[in-house]
Design a protein around this ligand. Structure first.
Ligand code: NAP
Length: 327
């Protein structure tokens, strides 16, 4: 009896350890991570998906009109639809943030917020990025009520209205040009007296009669009325003059930070770019670290769209599948 018990116990431990060894991890549950999870699970991999707090940027988007196949859907509902597609697939959800990711031999060691540690033969890292904000009073109440970080996502809500874009890089210039075709007037507020963005974009900006530039100016206050944004207050830095602009929408375009804080700085230092992003070597998803793949905004500093992130998730899962097949 004792010997049989021991045999079954060892068999259980062996098969558990063996199955643990076969698992792959996906970190992040935005469009990139969810798409990667679906592709990986359908390719018969045992997937562990770390969802974190589920605070994908898509959730902040009031209405999404440019995700093919899902017109006029809120960011929240689109995420719900994506999540519902995981049902019935071999995916273990861990609804906690990853706090540390490092290399352990050929495997990757992941520690979550509860201190649970597991190792994986491959990882798809899809933690996204977080848009920088000005940390002004009222910001928290005004997201989705006039305040946005994505003109492509929310621009259509401001048809014929006046809006402000804050920033002076390519994103700000592109967002201002995009919004100038929708809004009545677009103010672009930049803290210096020259734009950082490309000259061609600056030229296009100058030609657009409904774009008004406010250089050398800092936004110091977001005004609100009845729970919605009604305008901004800004200070011209050289003249020290304070003024107000009444607008219905404000778009922050002051850059973003890839969420790579949990990557061990020693193990990952060679694949992190100067802006904190993961640098890829192939297809926008393969890195110089075997078995470590990325998808979405954490590596993509160019497009930052839900649909491109979902596409990356698919590519990362297929590349991960090929990598495991080769091994
Ligand atoms: P970015 O190039 O870093 O520009 C951020 C802008 O926001 C800068 O003008 C900066 O001002 C301003 N800013 C930063 N912090 C601020 C603060 N606290 N208050 C006020 N202003 C602040 O970021 P991005 O425009 O998002 O572009 C990111 C990367 O993607 C860049 O490499 C860009 O070239 C690339 N991109 C390319 C394209 C394209 O090729 N078409 C389109 C979009 C983005 P300062 O200038 O004073 O620093």
């Amino acid at each position: 009896m004792g010997v049989r018990y021991l045999f079954f116990l060892m068999l259980f431990i062996f098969s558990f350890a063996h199955s643990e060894e076969r698992k792959i991890a996906i970190v992040g549950a935005g469009p990139a991570g969810l798409s990667a999870a679906i592709y990986a699970a359908r390719a018969m991999h045992e997937v562990v998906l770390y969802t974190g707090h589920r605070d994908s940027q898509l959730l902040k988007t009031e209405q999404v009109d440019n995700y093919i196949g899902a017109p006029e859907v809120s960011g929240f509902n689109l995420m719900e639809k994506m999540l519902s597609q995981l049902k019935g697939l071999n995916i273990e959800l861990i609804e906690r943030n990853v706090v540390a990711l490092s290399k352990e031999g050929h495997r990757y060691r992941i520690e979550d917020k509860n201190g649970d540690v597991r190792t994986y033969k491959a990882v798809i890292f899809a933690t996204g990025s977080v848009a920088k904000t000005l940390h002004l009073e009222n910001e928290d109440q005004l997201w989705g009520r006039g305040l946005s970080t994505c003109a492509l996502c929310d621009g259509n809500l401001f048809k014929g209205k006046d809006v402000v874009v804050i920033g002076g890089g390519n994103s700000a210039l592109e967002e201002a040009l995009y919004l100038s075709r929708i809004a009545r007037r677009v103010y672009i507020v930049h803290r210096r007296d020259s734009f950082r963005g490309d000259k061609t974009l600056q030229e296009a900006l100058r030609k657009q009669s409904n774009i008004i530039t406010c250089m050398d100016s800092e936004v110091v206050k977001l005004n609100q009325g009845n729970g919605s944004l009604t305008g901004i207050e800004l200070i011209s830095k050289s003249k020290k003059k304070r003024s107000e602009i009444r607008v219905s929408g404000v778009f922050y375009a002051i850059g973003s930070m890839p969420n790579t804080q949990c990557l061990d700085s020693n193990d990952f230092k060679d694949i992190l770019g100067s802006g904190g992003e993961v640098v890829t070597t192939k297809w926008g998803v393969v890195t110089d670290m075997p078995g470590f793949f990325v998808a979405g905004d954490v590596a993509d500093r160019r497009f930052s769209q839900a649909i491109t992130a979902a596409g990356d998730g698919c590519k990362a899962a297929l590349e991960m599948d090929a990598y495991i097949g080769q091994r």
